[in-house]
Design a protein around this ligand. Structure first.
Ligand SMILES: [Zn+2]
Length: 551
């Protein structure tokens, strides 16, 4: 008896006691926001220049989980969106990267590619997309199952994978942006046969074209961007038609050289366009209007491309976040008006963070640099040649994974696990590589701590490679798109794993928490708040701190 009351007192003191359960009390609409490549410190870094109605409103009226991390490698967009919405890691949901190597045909697949479906909305192939590679259910899927399909669930992002892998397999729709000469939102026959009328009307407004006929200037006078380094610096990508990476950007001129409407991805106006579309979707689909809980899985993609081009220290990046803050305020205002304050629930997080540019870090005396996948492939091949003679021993190196020629190894009567270890032992000698582990070891060892746990959580026994490796902190692979400029993410290190997490709105206990949490905890927490089943392979844990307590 005494023990029991002590437990009750303790739970009141630490604040985990919730109100008496009185049955499901769902918000009218859940809006899950993912900001592509948002580090948690973008909230701190630009805090003084944010307005009151965007990020600060979410934080001040909501619950800010300040110590939330990705708990797997590789921290990329496809896996990030899938993990947030399934509440588990690539080990279970199967989205191990944006692109990965297929052993059965020797080709690379894309995480949202589906050649069996057709584009809806224009005459091109960018709609050959679906969640066919996704094994697990998402929050939206579980909401569909819980309401016998009455919930309206939509995924929306400029990047197709950001819309599709967040929405899931059972969602009513996912919409994504197509650039080139199109500049509009499309879908695929996985979800629907024709675009809804409201979307045809939205597309006909040609808003993307309007944004790209303008000039990107800084929102504030440029001398106020003291959280960034000088506008003209050697760490940023130089846009076509420009001689230096500096403001202003005449978008009308640049678009002619940079994929026309595709340029939208590289400007903050891509996020504005996403909010235009989110508002059109909420209104067009009448989301949050009836008693059934709906869900909008929304993702802001432009922050990622801007981050890749200009890096953590770029004025362009700072400006993109100051503008996103205003767009989030605009979205919240629309939700207040159309759904009602306290009638909707929002969470905001990111699909991964992003590192500082390695050359910039070196200029500051940090240990940093690039590694080359071709170099890894050569070292792996040479190690096996040295042991067993010539032959095509290595098929591919992609996503910090080495794929060996298993057929050839079998043909030669060699032990696969032993060859994996030979390669791991060889590549660990390379500059910038800190860990290398064989698939055999990952299949026979249970890692419960440190960076190896993250490697294991991102390892899919069927889809992943023969040897996984981890770069040193501060290092990332050099690749053809960004070369040595800007930023690139994928690591299991804090700059790529530590992301914002904010819950806001109906059912949320205001406050902030500094306990370490994981992005896989989001889905089970939302499921608990909605009184629905958590996604089917969720491994995250409910976050009690964010759920409204006894008054
Ligand atoms: Zn990215």
């Amino acid at each position: 008896m005494k023990k029991c009351s002590l437990v009750m007192v303790a739970s009141m003191v630490i604040g985990f006691a919730n109100a008496q359960y009185e049955g499901p009390d769902r918000p009218k609409l859940v809006v899950g926001i993912i900001v592509d490549q948002m580090r948690v410190d973008y909230l701190y870094r630009y805090w003084d220049q944010y307005g009151d109605d965007g990020f600060k409103r979410l934080i001040k009226d909501g619950h800010f989980c300040r110590n939330t991390h990705y708990n797997y490698m590789s921290t990329l967009t496809g896996p990030g969106h899938a993990s947030v919405h399934t509440g588990t890691t690539p080990e279970n949901h199967g989205i191990i990267a944006n692109d990965w190597f297929l052993r059965n045909n020797g080709k690379t697949t894309y995480c949202a590619l589906d050649t069996t479906v057709k584009t809806v909305g224009y005459d091109g192939s960018r709609g050959k997309r679906s969640p066919t590679w996704l094994r697990s259910t998402t929050i939206a899927d579980e909401l569909e199952l819980a309401t016998n399909g009455r919930a309206k669930t939509v995924g929306l992002a400029n990047k197709d994978r950001g819309a599709i892998l967040a929405a899931g397999r059972m969602a009513d729709a996912a919409f994504w942006y197509v650039g080139g000469d199109e500049g509009k939102y499309i879908s695929s026959t996985w979800y629907l046969e024709d675009l809804p009328d409201w979307l045809k009307t939205f597309n006909a407004r040609n808003l993307a074209d309007e944004y790209l006929n303008g000039t990107w200037e800084t929102l504030l006078p440029i001398d106020q961007y003291t959280q960034s380094i000088a506008d003209d610096n050697p760490y940023e990508t130089i846009m076509p038609t420009k001689e230096r990476p500096v403001f202003p950007y005449n978008l009308k001129e640049i678009r002619e050289e940079k994929g026309n409407m595709g340029l939208l991805h590289y400007t903050p106006f891509g996020n504005s366009f996403t909010v235009d579309m989110a508002i059109a979707t909420i209104d067009g689909e009448e989301m949050g209007k009836d008693d059934e809980c709906d869900m909008l899985a929304l993702s802001f993609s432009s922050t990622d491309k801007v981050g890749h081009y200009f890096g953590v220290t770029g004025i362009e990046t700072q400006d993109t976040y100051l503008r996103l803050d205003l767009e989030i305020a605009r979205l919240l205002k629309h939700l207040d008006k159309e759904v009602g304050e306290e009638e909707y629930l929002v969470f905001l997080t990111a699909d991964h963070g992003g590192p500082h540019n390695p050359n910039y870090l070196r200029s500051q005396k940090a240990s940093s640099g690039f590694i080359q996948f071709v170099g890894v492939k050569t070292v792996a091949q040479e190690a096996l040649e040295k042991a067993h003679g010539p032959g095509q021993w290595v098929l591919e190196v992609i996503n910090e994974q080495v794929f060996l020629n298993r057929d050839y190894i079998t043909q030669r009567g060699l032990d696969l696990g032993r060859q994996q270890q030979l390669v791991a032992d060889a590549i660990i000698e390379m500059d910038g590589i800190m860990k290398a582990v064989s698939a055999y070891t990952l299949n026979t060892t249970d890692y419960n701590d440190g960076v190896m746990e993250l490697v294991q959580n991102g390892f899919d026994q069927e889809r992943s490679g023969d040897v996984m490796f981890v770069t040193d902190p501060g290092y990332y692979p050099w690749e053809k798109w960004y070369k040595d400029k800007g930023s690139d993410h994928r690591a299991p290190w804090n700059y790529d794993t530590h992301v914002p997490l904010i819950f806001f709105g109906k059912g949320v206990q205001p406050g902030s928490s500094i306990r370490e949490m994981y992005i896989t905890d989001i889905a089970p927490t939302i499921a608990m708040m909605l009184s629905i089943q958590e996604p089917n392979s969720t491994t995250g844990k409910v976050i009690p701190e964010v759920i409204k307590r006894i008054k």
